[in-house]
Design a protein around this ligand. Sequence first.
Ligand SMILES: [Zn+2]
Length: 211
Amino acid sequence: MSRRSPALITLFTLCALAAAAEGNPPITVRSWDKAPLGPDALRRAQAFVEHVFSRVGVALVWRWCGSEEGPECAAPVGPNDVRLRFVRRGEELAAETGDQAGGRALRATDGTAAGTIEVFEDRLQELNEDAIPLDLALGVVLAHELGHLFLPPGHSTLGLMKRLIAESDWTKAARGALRFTPDEYAVIRQRVQPRRVPLELCPPPAGLGAL
Ligand SMILES: [Zn+2]
């Protein structure tokens, strides 16, 4: 039996802590605004986002805080906390963000929270006039803007992070098949629960060989 160096023991401890953390911590979304759709449709929009993030075991916690500040709404913000705002754009913001944008994501710069996402009510309305159900439009916009907070800047040529969501994408979204790419999921998982130790440095589980 060999003596283990303090550095190796530290590595073992950190790996054990990482393994002990069951699943990933949730992303908590808080809003003090009134959502521009009814409770059933809102629930369906939330379910869409939850379905998207469930692929990497990341749960969503929703806090609809209204005008009252209960303990859940006053809780300290953490690195996975997101503020959600519903915004009806004026001319200036519409010109700045463009015709096709359903929202925008504003990253927190001090690291105390993930940031703020704004959903553009006027754009949801337009999508709805183009026969996209409001709950689906909101679900896709929420998932896309959350993606901006938990992924490197920019858009993808595939999936939820495309700059423009085409008609075929809405069809996919309606059957729950519009998601992040596998690479994006890997980044999201890492971002939500940063590991102190790269997995490849951790020893294999008991029974699969030993150090
Ligand atoms: Zn975008």
